[in-house]
Design a protein around this ligand. Structure first.
Ligand code: GLN
Ligand code: ZN
Length: 489
């Protein structure tokens, strides 16, 4: 590589990882630089991050609420620039720069011994995990029969993807609770009332599998990260997600473990209010990984397995609490796909395994759902099938059910809920439109396989749109049920 570049060209060496948020290891960077200098000298040598600093927040020194040790391991954009300066100065013979880099080496050497970074209990459990852990007790075909009996759902069951409108009142209550203006008891009353309201609305609309509405969740990753060991949260760690949308991902710095159940309380409360099944709602291990800043001292795959085990315990506890349907959302499965084609199969392999570790512990009668929010998934359809979920719901309405082409070629043995209306738009769909979409789905799917649900969660919508949209959805399912019942066989 080094020799390929003519000697008279400038070499901008991307020696610092621009994508992560961690301080670099001088023991890795310095030898690399010395090798470059030995070959080409320092003339025409520039030092740079490996890519634009768009993926890192601005300044780690602002994060005064973080534990000082953790903060000392971090390099956001500002710190990465400082590191580049140090490396450059060290190369030009600066003693102070060398000393500073030695200090950094010493600091990072302590990282692996810091409390919580490497936990024996977590590591031992992961090492002892057998391949059996990724398996359900029986095959999908058998589970379907057991679940049909246990849940007694109608043909074309109707459900939603999890969240219901995050109203201003809810947001205000959460903010007041965070700032201490609303005490725990009062905040929990707000949540309980909201859950009761969400259930009443779903019963009134005539939905078959209900949800609690996720009013307690600010964000589908943050909510879990806040309750898991090994996570930390920044105050200003914003990065661009797409367009003008920014996110503040949590930092996974230590071994991940679940000290206590995370969702059982609100799911059980919701289930106690109705005879219909209430779907437990979890964010899957791959999505939590993908939407966090991940530690650089463990393979991503290992961090994901730790997450998978923590979620497996949650799934088990939900089942134990009487929750018969559990959805494990994996909207980020596809975006984790490595750019290099050669790396894609290995990624999909461990990503699928992690999902299956989370879901693998339950009985046949417990129905596992997963959800993804994009339509073009031909590239990963094998992996989606390999998740071995009983039901998958997928965004589909905007592409007019194009995704069904994938299922035309690939016969999925489980159930599928292609989204029947676009939740990104305030427009309320007419029930006839939904019937049309369902009819096109039925050209490819068996009626016994088809679920009826929106494209995604409803948290960005208002009740004025949600109520009539769900009514239209239920009316469409009912109309088609009547029609299907009159066809013999
Ligand atoms: N259960 C989540 C919700 O309804 C799923 C969100 C997502 O797919 N991004 O909000
Ligand atoms: Zn979604």
């Amino acid at each position: 590589m080094l020799d390929a570049l003519p000697a008279d060209r400038v070499l901008s060496a991307g020696v610092i990882d621009g994508r992560n948020i961690w301080r670099s290891q001088p023991a890795h960077v310095l030898p690399l630089l010395e090798k470059i200098v030995a070959r080409r000298g320092t003339d025409g040598l520039w030092l740079a991050p490996s890519c634009s600093l768009l993926h890192t927040p601005i300044d780690a020194t602002q994060e005064t609420a973080l534990p000082p040790a953790l903060r000392s391991w971090l390099a956001f954009a500002q710190q990465k620039l400082e590191e580049l300066r140090l490396y450059a100065d060290a190369l030009s013979g600066s003693r102070t720069a060398r000393d500073a880099l030695n200090e950094q080496t010493a600091l990072l050497a302590q990282r692996s011994h810091a409390l919580g970074v490497q936990r024996q209990d977590v590591r031992a459990r992961l090492n002892a995990l057998s391949p059996q852990a990724t398996l359900r007790r029986s095959e999908l075909a058998h589970r379907r029969v057991v679940q049909a009996e246990a849940l007694a759902l109608p043909l074309l069951p109707t459900t939603t993807i999890g969240s219901f409108p995050q109203t201003d009142a809810l947001r205000r209550a959460r903010a007041d609770h965070r700032s201490g203006q609303l005490n725990n008891a009062a905040y929990e009353t707000v949540l309980a009332n909201e859950i009761r309201h969400v259930l009443q609305q779903q019963e009134a609309a005539g939905l078959d599998v209900l949800v609690h509405g996720e009013p307690e969740r600010n964000d589908m990753v943050e909510y879990f990260g806040e309750q898991l060991d090994g996570f930390a949260f920044t105050r200003q760690g914003w990065v661009q997600s797409y367009g003008s949308r920014c996110v503040k991902p949590p930092i996974i710095w230590g071994d991940v473990a679940r000290p206590a159940p995370m969702t059982v309380r609100w799911s059980s409360y919701a289930q106690s209010l109705t005879d219909k099944p209430v779907k437990g709602m979890l964010t899957g291990p791959v999505t939590v990984l993908q939407w966090s800043f991940v530690r650089d001292d463990l393979p991503r795959e290992t961090v994901c397995r730790q997450l998978a085990l923590a979620l497996r315990d949650e799934v088990h506890d939900l089942e134990h609490a009487g929750i018969r349907v559990i959805q494990i959302d994996e909207p980020a499965l596809r975006e984790g796909l490595p750019l290099r084609q050669a790396d894609q199969a290995a990624y999909l392999d461990w990503a699928v395994q992690c999902f299956r570790i989370s879901a693998g512990g339950v009985g046949d009668a417990t129905q596992i759902h997963t959800h993804m929010c994009y339509a073009e998934f031909n590239a990963i359809i094998d992996a989606v099938a390999a998740l071995d979920a009983d039901v998958i719901s997928i965004e589909s309405s905007r592409s007019r059910m194009e995704l069904l082409e994938a299922f035309e070629r690939y016969h999925y043995p489980g159930d599928i809920g292609p989204g029947v209306y676009d939740i990104h738009s305030p427009r309320v769909p007419a029930s006839e439109e939904i019937v049309t979409l369902l009819r096109s789905a039925l050209r490819v799917l068996d009626p016994k396989q088809l679920w009826v649900n929106p494209d995604c969660g409803l948290k960005t919508r208002g009740w004025a749109e949600v109520t009539p949209a769900l009514e239209a959805m239920v009316a469409a399912a009912r109309a088609l049920r009547v029609e299907l019942a009159s066809i013999p066989g």
